[in-house]
Design a protein around this ligand. Structure first.
Ligand code: AMP
Length: 442
């Protein structure tokens, strides 16, 4: 299905959603939205290969809101109708914010569940009832075990950033969540990359999915100006401080491989007179939010981060990403540099590469399929063994699905269609019928 949508009006979304999009000044659906929303509105499972920054959140949020907004069932205590699993607290919060913005004129409730904070408020929210739950896997399972959340009425399940979830060791948690989902549901699965393990997980979760691919690895990274600066490890601090003094350098995210490395670098950089914010997995949720707020509000222009903490963060006008340490997982390189060059802006990614990291560089170039430009003033260092692995990464993850028709098992597409139209139909008449939806993609 090659869909060329030029306006949101063509999607035939509920008027309150169209209003919210107008208020956000969204005029044209992004490619992932244009490709995902029509089949998702039809109730199809989706396998989406896309990174954050592509408009992916609205691609799954709008069909969910349209579906639930057309139905307008009363939210039941502890029993969400839609679940979005995300790998990190930051991403979960961001998705929750987007749900609230797009669903502003609908009377739907979105609850957030993530670790690192006291659970009481989250439990109260669930007891009050929420139509949509955005969660990280660990806390979700905790609250499910305690009996505060049941997924037996779930209709849509979204797994977001699946590859990241796996990198962070969430596979067992995800499988436990999936085992509790009603088999009769809609599932939306998003991942920036599709290594074999992800393909396997997707095949377990999805039924005849509609495949959407908007980020062929090789072209996505080509949009960002990338450079390798060869150096010794001991030279990195000086190189970074020199770079930060550059005239064209605005907002910068600096990635380190370990949490300890992030702390040390932050101290040295502050000492050199450049205020920084730091986020990594050992920081409390409040400290992470505070750091992000300061960076967003431009109170500090440098953010030092580890991979996990920075995952999915949507901040515009990041002029430079600096890989202070090269990541040991090549996919992380693609995610990291994707923090710059957002919303069509030009981005620059500078990576420091010492002798210990030459093997990582090889892996990265193999993955992205291009040879990254070398700084002509830097000299390739002698090869050294890789540094010891450390800190930085733990858990995270997310996904989306929608329940397909009755609750007794997966159904054929035609029966699915009937059940959907009866679900969404009567209250909003013509707008919300299955037939009407079909016409969107015909
Ligand atoms: P996401 O990939 O979902 O994190 O979205 C990246 C950024 O694009 C966010 O700041 C969104 O608010 C913005 N965005 C998403 N869809 C559109 C659209 N159709 N038009 C303009 N901005 C959008």
């Amino acid at each position: 299905m090659d869909i060329q949508l030029k306006t949101f009006a063509e999607l035939n979304l509920l008027p309150p959603l169209e209003r919210a999009l107008k208020e956000q000044n969204y005029k044209i659906p992004t490619p992932i939205q244009a490709k995902t929303i029509p089949p998702a509105l039809e109730g199809k499972d989706i396998l989406g290969c896309a990174q954050t920054g592509t408009g992916k959140t609205a691609a799954f949020a709008l069909p969910i809101l349209d579906f639930l907004g057309g139905d307008m069932r009363k939210a039941r205590s502890g029993r969400p109708q839609a679940l979005v699993l995300a790998p990190t607290r930051e991403l979960a919060i961001q998705i929750g914010d987007s749900m609230r913005v797009y669903g502003k004129h609908l009377k739907l409730r979105t609850a957030l569940v993530f670790g690192g904070v006291n659970q009481n408020k989250q439990v109260r929210e669930m007891q009050r009832g929420a139509h949509i739950l955005v969660a990280t896997p660990g806390r979700l399972l905790d609250l499910m075990q305690q009996g505060h959340i049941q997924l037996d009425e779930l209709e849509v399940f979204v797994l977001d950033e699946a590859d990241r979830m796996l990198d962070m060791g969430f596979l067992p948690d995800i499988k436990r969540v999936i085992s509790k989902l009603p088999s009769d549901r809609q599932s939306l699965f998003f991942s920036a990359t599709m290594p074999p393990k992800i393909v396997e997980l997707a095949s377990q979760l999805l039924s005849s999915p509609f495949r959407v691919d908007v980020t062929p690895k090789k072209t996505s990274v080509k949009k960002i100006k990338q450079k390798i600066v060869y150096c010794e490890r001991s030279e990195k601090v000086g190189l970074l401080h020199k770079l930060l003094r550059g005239e064209d350098v605005g907002r910068v995210i600096v990635f380190t491989r370990t949490k300890r490395g992030a702390n040390t670098l932050a101290k040295k950089t502050e000492k050199a007179g450049v205020p920084v914010a730091v986020i990594h997995g050992n920081k409390s949720q409040a400290a992470r939010q505070k750091a992000l707020k300061a960076f967003r509000a431009k109170k500090v222009r440098v953010l030092v981060a580890t991979d996990v903490a920075a995952r999915g963060i949507d901040i515009d006008n990041v002029t430079h990403v600096v890989n202070y340490d090269l990541p040991n997982e090549p996919e992380s390189y693609v995610h990291r540099i994707g923090r710059t060059g957002r919303a069509g802006a030009e981005g620059i990614a500078v990576s420091f590469c010492s002798g210990e990291e030459l093997d990582y560089l090889d892996d990265i170039e193999k993955l992205i399929g291009i040879k990254i430009e070398r700084d002509p003033n830097s000299v390739k260092p002698a090869w050294k063994p890789k540094p010891k692995q450390g800190g930085g990464q733990r858990r995270g993850g997310g996904s989306t699905s929608r329940r397909k028709g009755n609750h007794k098992g997966k159904r054929s597409k035609s029966s699915l269609g009937n059940s959907r139209s009866s679900k969404r139909g009567p209250k909003r008449g013509k707008r919300n019928t299955k037939e009407n939806r079909r016409s969107v993609v015909a």
